[in-house]
Design a protein around this ligand. Structure first.
Ligand code: ADP
Ligand code: MG
Length: 671
């Protein structure tokens, strides 16, 4: 039977309600979404690497004789298998193992194993490899590229591989513009060499679809009628005079551009780009104030609870003295509080409602919504962005982002928007001294932090994981927290990560802001928006695991006050060339746009799969670093197809493209 690409996954053999729920967590709803859930990389299992050539932190297929196996007692009990080949040896380690497995390994003579290497103690080892045992010397391996998928709890890599393989084996309708056969090839490539070209062909189509959605929306917006917000009783001046700082020239210009837009009947759609710390929030406050002057409401969306909470504090400070009512509405609020906020929103008692994506929910209805502000828009992701619609409404939109997108791309990516740039930082900002430091020098870094804290300043200690993991060789926040408590007993240390409840996060962040904590150990949850001027040092562990843009954002948490600040990028030994160049770029520059351009250069088309930056919802396939050069071609393709008469091949191709790459439209905010 032929698959219905748009139909849900339960049409597939073996997919029931429980697997359906798990797949939903990966953003897989339709059959098509399985094809679109692409491997993040491939394991090359075609060649056996001699044991003498192994390096740490790489994946290998190895083969050799079993020279012995024993249970060893270290921190925890583990089974160790010693493998030898012609001239070297390797230890395989199993931290979980059954009696049966142990006996089978003892009885076998040869083993072929696939896994990643790491130092355990002084020896290079492979923890929990996939393996097969043999009585006689094993045959040469069959050439094989095995896809590795991003997955989630409750869905093993193997199960997902099987599911995808069986979906690829089924019949898909081939209509114009639908790329099913190309997508299948990406799941089962013949060679690594064929991948970049395939990806480029698909990326071109995805970018063209994206451009089409945005362009059509821009055209539609021009025909809509919003609520004009002319200048009112002049509260703007009162706000300006009440600020503890003087607005920069760039801020004044961008506020001006925004307020002029708001006077129009045509809904505004303006993007404010500005590096971390350039002071975008206050621009939003002026816009919200203008709406309130006209008796209208503003909704502000932030990507995290922490940021929403911080905006609440700022907007209350700035706007409540002027008689505005500001409130919070997030997913983690207690039911009664959120019911009350929803009621007050509907009754028009609130002027500014700040929230996370709970604000998008249908149950929230505004009485007179005129302005929607989306902060840190890049964190909401391409797909949410394409899907955002306002039922029966045409609010003005102000979109803020610190993602330093290279200028060449801005026009194409934000085809639907007018762009304002805050190209100036507030005066008096101190440069941040950035140092890259091998992990082995951790004690020295701790000493530096001790000095900082002694002087009454504060610091962040950032980790990329919450809990220790066997698969990922990185220091976890919980570990670092205990470690630092031992090393720095005289200071107050807090731990902040995404698994804490909303109120706990807020309480810890408040304590840090009020200097009731000296050091904050945190995951990358603090990446956006966190603003504590007295924090002057940041340590980022395993900085090699983060993208350049993300590191830049994180580092932007320090250097906000008038004291010299510093950032230590700790890295694990065995850092590759690309990794080195990335960390060096950060050391050289603090300019987000410069770094974005460098990122493009460093990553380039050489990376087969690009480097997905964690936390960033991106395109299915297009990678802005890898495919930036395709943008002009994507735009002309889109323009050509959009101009085609209905019923023609070109028009059919366009609808195929949109069906594939653009998500279903959905309604979010209503009034
Ligand atoms: P962004 O959102 O662009 O990263 P914020 O709006 O959070 O930056 O501003 C960063 C910090 O700078 C805040 O503490 C803010 O109060 C402060 N700030 C904003 N504008 C100015 C200014 N013109 N002069 C001094 N400080 C400013
Ligand atoms: Mg901000």
């Amino acid at each position: 039977m032929q698959i219905d690409p748009q139909g849900d996954v339960t049409q597939l053999k073996g997919v029931g309600p429980s697997l359906q729920n798990t797949l939903a967590k990966l953003g897989i709803f339709r059959a098509l979404d399985i094809l679109l859930h692409l491997p993040s990389r491939y394991q090359d299992r075609s060649t056996v690497t001699p044991l003498s050539q192994l390096r740490p932190n790489e994946e290998y297929l190895v083969s050799g004789a079993i020279a012995g196996s024993k249970v060893v007692f270290g921190k925890s009990r583990s089974l160790e298998v010693l493998v030898t080949d012609a001239d070297s040896e390797l230890r395989l380690r199993f931290f979980h193992f059954s009696k049966f497995q142990q006996r089978a390994l003892e009885n076998a003579n040869y083993i072929q194993a696939f896994g990643s290497t790491a130092y355990i103690g002084r020896h290079l080892a492979m923890a929990h490899p996939e393996y097969r045992t043999f009585t006689d010397p094993p045959p040469a391996p069959k050439p094989q590229l095995v896809p590795v998928y991003p997955t989630t709890q409750g869905l093993s890599q193997n199960r997902l591989r099987q599911l995808t393989a069986s979906v690829c084996a089924q019949a898909w309708p081939e209509t114009p513009g639908t790329p099913f056969s190309k997508l299948k090839l990406l799941h089962q490539p013949d060679s690594l060499q064929s991948i970049p070209e395939l990806r480029a062909e698909l990326a071109l189509e995805e970018l063209a679809a994206y451009y089409t959605v945005m362009k059509r929306r821009a055209l539609k917006r021009k025909q809509q009628t919003g609520i004009p917000l002319p200048r009112g009783p002049g509260l703007g001046r009162t706000l300006r005079d009440s600020l503890p700082f003087k607005l920069t020239k760039a801020q004044r210009r961008v506020i001006g551009e925004t307020l002029i837009d708001l006077e129009n009947e045509t809904p505004m759609l303006r993007l404010v780009q500005g590096d971390v710390g350039s002071g975008k929030t206050i621009v939003a406050a002026f816009a919200a104030l203008r709406a309130a002057e006209q008796g209208c409401q503003t909704a502000i969306m932030a990507p995290t609870e922490l940021l929403a909470e911080q905006h609440l504090q700022n907007f209350q400070t700035w706007l409540e003295p002027m008689g505005l009512r500001v409130a919070l509405l997030t997913g983690q609020m207690a039911a009664a509080a959120s019911r009350e906020a929803i009621r007050a929103t509907l009754d028009g008692e609130l002027d500014v409602v700040i929230g996370t994506h709970a604000l998008f929910q249908d149950r929230v209805t505004f009485s007179r919504l005129a302005l929607v502000i989306i902060d840190e828009q890049h964190r909401f992701g391409v797909h949410q962005r394409m899907a955002l619609r306002f039922k029966g409404l045409a609010p003005h939109q102000l979109v803020m982002t610190a993602t330093p997108i290279p200028r060449t791309l801005t026009m194409a990516l934000y085809a639907d928007m007018d762009v304002s740039l805050i190209d100036e930082l507030p005066p008096g900002r101190q440069a941040i001294t950035t140092q890259t430091i091998a992990e082995s020098n951790r004690p020295k870094v701790i000493e530096r932090i001790r000095q900082t804290l002694k002087q009454g300043q504060q610091a962040y200690w950032v980790c990329t994981l919450i809990d220790p993991s066997e698969e990922i060789p990185a220091t976890a926040a919980t570990e670092a927290f205990e470690d630092l408590q031992r090393a720095l007993p005289e200071f107050r240390i807090g731990l902040l990560h995404g698994r804490l409840r909303g109120e706990e996060k807020v309480a810890i962040m408040r304590a840090f802001k009020n200097h009731e904590l000296d050091l904050l150990v945190a995951t990358t949850v603090i990446e956006v928006g966190v603003d504590v001027g007295n924090a002057t040092q940041m340590v980022i562990e395993n900085s090699e695991r983060l993208g350049l843009a993300q590191l830049h954002q994180l580092r932007g948490r320090v250097g906000r006050g008038s004291t010299a600040s510093g950032c230590f990028l700790l890295f694990k030994p065995g850092l590759g060339d690309t990794g080195k160049r990335r960390l060096n770029a950060l050391r050289e520059s603090q300019d987000g746009f410069f770094l974005a351009e460098r990122d493009l250069e460093i990553r380039g088309p050489g990376d087969v799969l690009g480097t997905r930056q964690s936390g960033e919802q991106s395109f299915h396939i297009a990678d802005l670093a890898e495919h930036a050069h395709l943008m002009p071609e994507a735009i002309s393709l889109a323009e050509a197809l959009m101009g085609a008469a209905p019923g023609t091949d070109a028009a059919n191709r366009l609808s195929g493209l949109l069906d594939t790459w653009a998500p279903a439209q959905s309604d979010h905010l209503s009034a």
